[in-house]
Design a protein around this ligand. Structure first.
Ligand code: TXA
Ligand code: MG
Length: 343
């Protein structure tokens, strides 16, 4: 989508709605966001209410390109400027110390703030139209709490059109990256180094190439992040991940037991009840993953079987989301095979 294709009337209407304290869903290159004026605590509270999300979970503040970081954050390390210069606009969120003038509501009361400049042209146009480019749009992913993140405007409409909480949904087509932004915490850099709170398209190695330090996994004292809850991004149907060979055997066994399987895979597999084959690359798999989980969730299957992707740097974001989608479903395949014949 180019700048010329933008629906400027809709974007201006959305900016005015945000300025009035209303909620607007908008496309980003990662997933769709549910936006509100980051400096309006009532509007931010409305996001939590619409999502059914606990009030103490911080949300990311989205900024227009070249917005001054020091309006939002304080004690900003040089590494933050370097990462912003390298990856913005793009799928990287920086956690920094929150400026005193910024309402605590956006960070769930924590003394930090999450900042990101998205690269989707509709998001950029909206950020430039909102408060003449000087505002910030607080936006979590535009899904109900715990559900799969939306990568199409229709996903957002499906979940929110009934309750009237969202004033507008801007349509920007399918989100290109497809999984949420990488989050790196720089708020305690001097004492703790950079911390990778959520893996994503921007890998830890790519971050290390810019700041000469490999971000490490969070310890127990790290700030809470809802995207880091064990069970998250979960469809209603149980999800099980298996390596390719195990999966082929499981498919045959479940078929034999009369079970309905929905399959998400990337290599050659025997045909089954419902299946989607995704590209065998980290970027291609991530792009298609959430729409695939939603589609397979609609088949009334007993289980969604996912062919486990390879391990390693560029696959970390995808593997992280799949692990969370499958959380709580341990033993599901065994259970289905040992429940006896289907009545
Ligand atoms: O790609 C994305 O990041 C998308 C799009 C819309 O930008 N947004 C997104 O938002 O995934 P959400 O709310 O679903 O996840 C934001 C994550 C949460 O895990 C939240 O806890 C964390 O960012 N986060 C935000 N501000 C934070 C802060 N100050 N400290 C620690 N974690 C923070
Ligand atoms: Mg989310």
């Amino acid at each position: 989508m180019s700048m010329d294709d933008l629906d400027h009337a809709a974007i201006d209407a959305a900016a005015r709605a945000l300025e009035q304290g209303e909620l607007v869903a908008f496309p980003t290159e990662t997933v769709y966001g549910l936006g509100a004026d980051a400096e309006n605590p009532l509007a931010v509270a409305a996001i939590y209410a619409a999502k059914g999300r606990p009030q103490d979970h911080p949300v990311i503040v989205h900024l227009a390109p070249d917005a001054p970081l020091d309006y939002w954050a304080t004690d900003i390390p040089q590494e933050a400027h370097a990462l912003a210069a390298a990856f913005w606009p793009g799928p990287l969120t920086l956690i920094l110390k929150r400026a005193l003038s910024i309402p605590a509501a956006v960070s769930g009361g924590q003394d930090t703030v999450g900042l990101r400049c998205p690269s989707h042209p509709v998001a950029i146009a909206l950020l430039r139209a909102f408060k003449a480019g000087r505002g910030g749009i607080a936006a979590p992913s535009a899904n109900k709490f715990g559900a799969v993140s939306p990568t199409l405007a229709q996903h957002v409409r499906d979940e929110f059109s009934a309750d009237g909480s969202v004033a507008m949904v801007l349509d920007g087509g399918a989100s290109q990256v497809g999984i949420e932004s990488t989050i790196v915490d720089l708020s305690r850099l001097a004492t703790h180094g950079p911390v990778l709170l959520r893996p994503g398209h921007v890998s830890a190695e790519a971050i290390a190439a810019v700041i000469d330090q490999l971000p490490r996994a969070p310890d127990a004292a790290a700030p809470r992040a809802s995207g880091t809850l064990e069970s998250h991004y979960a469809p209603h149907t149980p999800v099980a991940m298996q390596d390719s060979d195990t999966l082929r055997r499981t498919l045959a066994q479940l078929d034999g037991a009369g079970r309905k399987v929905a399959l998400i895979h990337y290599s050659e597999m025997p045909s089954t009840h419902a299946a989607l084959r995704l590209p065998a690359t980290p970027a291609g798999f991530a792009h298609a993953l959430y729409a695939a989980l939603r589609a397979m969730d609609g088949h009334g299957a007993d289980v969604i079987l996912v062919e486990a992707p390879p391990q390693g740097g560029d696959w970390n974001g995808v593997n992280d989301r799949l692990r969370r989608a499958a959380h709580g479903s341990t033993g599901i395949v065994h259970g289905l095979l040992n429940q006896g014949p289907v009545a």
